[in-house]
Design a protein around this ligand. Structure first.
Ligand SMILES: C[S@@+](CC[C@H](N)C(=O)[O-])C[C@H]1O[C@@H](n2cnc3c(N)ncnc32)[C@H](O)[C@@H]1O
Length: 222
């Protein structure tokens, strides 16, 4: 399937010298090419729970979760090269062995590179809100995307979204409530209180400074 609508625009962005150097020197240790079907147990070298964060930005939440749960393995997917460089540096300085990084469109990776029912948890924190109505079609969380996640998640696995954009929060709620594969962990039609284990992300801090609210959604794969 050829997709023309993507949920991101490739921003050149400012990349620092150290991020650029990290991409050059550290990619071979924890970076993963996604041009083939991945075997996650081989990738991490052990049979631990596999957690996926989509759109990790600068990677701070991913690193916090990976430090807090050395018994789990964490795969991060993003296309933002300065953030990937930053994350590679953090993995190196914290000597983390349970994080791997993919630089690609998460939709392509889910579609072509991850096997069925391999994920124990999926996190999507503060996805690009594409707030103009004519851009809503670029929003990542749509019924087809949730359907794809359902195919890659294990039964009993957790799906956790957070956004600071109210009408996107309502849209996500609607899409998930209509998805037969997922059950709301709080109660049908309800947002979740912020789970204490969710790290505060960079975008969230910026949103809070601007006075935005935050909506968490927590679902379980049936
Ligand atoms: C608004 S930022 C949030 C970053 C981070 N989660 C946070 O809360 O600070 C959204 C991130 O999602 C990434 N992104 C958007 N669409 C993506 C896709 N289809 N595949 C991978 N990453 C994507 C962007 O590059 C960006 O880094």
């Amino acid at each position: 399937m050829t997709r023309t609508i993507r949920s991101f625009v490739r921003r050149g962005g400012r990349i620092t010298l150290s991020q650029k150097r990290a991409l050059e020197t550290l990619w071979s240790q924890n970076g993963v090419e996604s041009d083939k079907l991945l075997n996650l147990e081989d990738l991490f070298g052990r049979p631990a729970e596999k957690h996926l964060e989509i759109g990790f930005g600068m990677g701070d939440a991913l690193v916090t979760m990976a430090k807090a749960h050395p018994e789990h393995d964490y795969l991060g997917i993003d296309v933002y090269r300065p953030g990937i460089g930053h994350l590679l540096m953090q993995i190196e300085s914290a000597q983390l062995t349970n994080v791997r990084v993919v630089c690609a469109d998460a939709v392509d990776v889910l579609q072509d590179s991850l096997p069925s029912h391999c994920l124990d948890a999926v996190y999507l924190f503060f996805p690009d809100p594409w707030h103009k109505k004519r851009h809503h079609k670029r929003r990542l969380i749509q019924p087809e995307f949730i359907n794809l996640l359902a195919k890659r998640m294990k039964s009993g696995g957790y799906l956790h979204f957070a956004t600071d954009w109210e009408d996107y929060a309502q849209q996500i709620l609607q899409v998930l409530e209509a998805a037969p594969e997922f059950i709301n962990c709080v109660a049908a039609g309800h947002f979740s209180p912020r789970p204490p284990q969710r790290p505060l992300t960079k975008f969230e801090q910026r949103g809070l400074r601007l006075g935005h609210g935050v909506w968490d959604l927590l679902y379980q794969r049936q």
